[in-house]
Design a protein around this ligand. Structure first.
Ligand SMILES: [Zn+2]
Length: 378
């Protein structure tokens, strides 16, 4: 009966009533999970290993709970995921990172098996993700900061704050092609916050002045050549590391920022620079290594650092408003060569007193991206 009424309402308000587009019940009455991929799976190689990476935007019927996702190759469970970065209003965001087989994939699809509970009943549904046998290499870029020893905070990882930080749409958008809801974009899925380390420490003195930080006012350099397509300047530095001086929203989150469009249409973003330090203008061509501005502490930044990431822009969307670049999807990249010296102590930038970083290794890596919390030298 309820179903019949819903159908009638849907016919009357076809296309207007979001909830009608997805009935969320399987023919046997069990809850259906609607699934959307914000972007296609990619291969990511970091200092830990090789991974197949994709996000899932999921919606379960109201009153139900997504308990876990098993990712399966045929009947074999490869990995199980239970830690979702969004669990809100029956929407979930899952970050799937699977070890990439040494010899590549011998299957064309992976099955994502969802376990959902509702009113004490548990049900299972599946969604297949197409995979390629071979993915292209990550795009190769140069370092966006001068040579030295650097802490790569929140480099890509399913537990990284960047990887988990979605920019939500005001309302989830139903994509009829996928038969699922896309709930936002994540431009910073593969972002890195760069902080310089000297003699095992990120700053001298107490670190309560921007000038105490070893990276403050260093040049920020183009990681790849291209055309400057957006800049914003004039946002104040946060004056005291550890504190943000003004409310953060979509009009100031990246602080003083430069976007560069590469020849293939992808964009690189360089954020949090010192006010009035940006040296390039929209329309200007820049070469790899060219100075864009000075590393600062503006916008959503609790200490001087460079936030760097690369996004896809398949529709060549023009960046007009400050927030336009936030609604694009992140792409992985790699650096030609660096040494990993170890990983930094927990809360390396915020803990008082600061813990000294001591190198534990000096392993050379080429054409990979550093792992979360690595300390690297180049
Ligand atoms: Zn960041």
């Amino acid at each position: 009966m309820t179903y019949r009424i819903t159908v009638i309402i849907c016919l009357l308000f076809a296309g207007l009533f979001l909830g009608c587009q997805d009935h969320q019940v399987n023919p046997d009455g069990t809850p259906k999970v609607s699934v959307a991929l914000p972007s296609l799976p990619v291969k990511v190689t970091n200092t830990v290993g090789e991974w197949l990476v994709y996000d899932l935007h999921l919606h379960t019927p109201p009153g139900s709970t997504l308990q876990k996702i098993d990712v399966m190759r045929g009947n074999e469970v490869l990995s199980t995921f239970t830690d979702f970065s969004i669990r809100k209003d029956s929407f979930y965001l899952a970050h799937i990172w699977l070890p990439y087989p040494r010899s590549g994939w011998d299957v064309d699809v992976l099955t994502n098996r969802f376990q959902v509970s509702q009113s004490g009943r548990t049900s299972v549904s599946t969604f297949q993700v197409k995979i390629d046998r071979q993915y292209p290499d990550q795009r190769r870029v140069g370092f966006p900061v001068p040579s030295g020893t650097w802490f790569t905070e929140d480099a890509p990882d399913p537990s990284s704050l960047h990887t988990r930080a979605l920019f939500l749409f005001p309302q989830p958008v139903f994509d009829p092609a996928q038969n699922g809801y896309v709930i936002g974009n994540n431009p910073q899925r593969y972002a890195i916050d760069f902080t310089k380390v000297v003699d095992g420490l990120p700053y001298k003195n107490k670190g309560d002045k921007n000038e105490d930080w070893y990276n403050y006012n260093l040049p920020v350099m183009a990681a790849e050549g291209g055309t400057v397509v957006f800049t914003a300047d004039g946002f104040a530095n946060n004056g005291t590391p550890g504190k943000i001086d003004y409310p953060i929203d979509f009009t100031n989150i990246t602080g003083n920022v430069v976007y560069i469009e590469h020849s293939d249409g992808t964009l690189a973003m360089y954020a949090h620079m010192i006010p009035n330090s940006i040296r390039v203008k929209v329309g200007q061509k820049v070469t790899a290594g060219q100075e864009l501005g000075r590393l600062g502490n503006s916008g959503n930044s609790i200490a001087p650092h460079l936030h760097f990431h690369v996004v896809a822009n398949p529709d060549r969307k023009k960046l007009v408003n400050y927030s336009d670049g936030l609604f694009l999807e992140g792409l992985p990249y790699s650096f030609p060569a660096f040494r990993k010296l170890g990983t930094a102590p927990d809360n390396f930038l915020t803990k008082q007193p600061v813990s000294l970083f001591t190198p534990t290794t000096s392993e050379l890596f080429t054409n990979v991206i550093p792992q979360k919390s690595a300390v690297i030298e180049f």
